[in-house]
Design a protein around this ligand. Sequence first.
Ligand code: 6FA
Length: 537
Amino acid sequence: SPYDYIVVGAGPGGLIAADRLSEAGKKVLLLERGGPATWETGGTYGPVWAKGANLTKFDIPGLFETMFTDSNPFWWCNDISVFAGCLLGGGTTVNAAQYWIPPDSDFATTTGWPSSWTNHHLYTDRMKARLASTDAPSTDGKRYLEQSADVTARLLDVQGYRRVTINDSPDSKDHVYGFTAFDLIKGKRGGPVATYFKTANARPNFTYKQNTYVLNVVRNGAQITGVKTNDTSLGPDGVVPLTPKGRVILSAGSLASPRILFRSGVGPSDMINIVKNDVAAGPNLPPQAQWINLPVGYNVSDNPSINLVFTHPSIDAYDNWAQVWDNPRPADAAQYLQSQAGVLAGSSQKLNFWRAYGGSDGKTRWMQGTVRPGAPSRFLPTAPHNASQIFTITIYLGTGITSRGRIGINASMTALPLVTPWFTDPIDKVIMIQAVNDIATNIRNVPGLTLVTPNNTTTIADYVNNYDNASLGSNHWVGSNAIGAVVDENTKVFNTNNLFVVDASIIPQLPVGNPQGTIMSTAEQAVAKILALAGGP
Ligand code: 6FA
């Protein structure tokens, strides 16, 4: 049967859009290519030690680091070359759950937003009312495994930083640090699935179909009439129709929404021609005269990030999180199972800090630091070191960077970066080296603190200059369908009547922090604008 709104993808963008549209009484279909994740949504995959406790891998925050070490990682999208979550909740179901209330700069005209978007507080407040943040995720309110936060605070104090509760003053992002804030709820993964999806799913006018892959939208010129899926039980040829005034919202994420556009004849002609040459996808393209030429995939950014590994005698490296799946510390597992308290009630991140840097081009760039006990195995030093005392500081550059890349597809329809977006502007790299140096040169002020990666024969400049490109990214892709370039200020794709995009891809520049909070506020504002736009169902 036809729907007023078909939303493609159940990540944060799609979940908020689907919830608000169904709340407004529209007949909504949410299509998700992946399956369930948390216990509450029907997921079952969990560690043996949590058997019988109604908890999955995705529920237990302390299992975050095991997303990257599991032998059967079915949650990653298998046709996207970088990490992306393909299950209910999208990235928010597999990510570290760091959650920042957006500052005004995240929606400022200086970061590429139309002036109609700058008053974000109404929408940010709606998001906060549905999904609160916490910087003490354990149900007993205590903080655990905080040694790396304490050591780093001492390192930052000598550089003129001050301690804040980060989400209490979102606009303070220069020389500040504070405990990591999360969208965890009662010691478990919360996010938009435990909140927005829950309310949407309770409404009779809302339908959720999982394990359903959307191939393209079906259109006649500017008018979208439905979406084509891989599930022929949903309609002839797998096509789900729209009501006459119906609309489609793409929320498949920064790499997959562009692919759906290319497969629908929207984007640069080199990408649509790849689709045309594909035996399966080619025949579904509209005739060439109806192709819509837009810069889909251009203007992409993602935070460049550099890991620094340290040792300090006060640190408990928590075995680099290597034991939490098979063999957690018994007391920690018992405490978590009993009351969702303790170390495993939080993910690995402990402290975050920000600082603004002026560049030689007159522009300001914001650096973020993120601190956690342990280190990824590929960053462990080869030289002798005290393995039980290791912790990592990751230095990211965010708002203000000028480097950009391009996202596209290859001949096997895999979505991938065609041009990686890190350090395409050398000034970004100069600032990164400066920011890393500021951390490294101050360690002598903290007795016992030792930098082990890079080692003491490598300069910071060499370390950054020779950094493996594959490790430089942060999974925070934005901008591939930037507002003003691909979508208009109502998030409608230019030159279409009824096709919208609501996900990270419409965000024109990197937010100041990890992006999910900004994405959720963006979705709240987008769906309000879509509902207010004349001509809809
Ligand atoms: N962001 C934060 O704010 N804090 C973090 O701690 C954080 N950590 C990570 C992280 O550790 C990893 C490993 C990754 C991958 C991302 C992290 N992020 C973090 C970024 C954040 O999760 C993403 O920016 C955010 O989830 C993006 O939200 P979107 O709504 O734009 O897109 P998603 O990729 O989340 O969701 C898209 C959904 O569409 C998925 O469920 C996917 O299965 C579905 N989909 C894709 N193609 C489809 C198709 N053709 N048909 C149907 N469904 C499709």
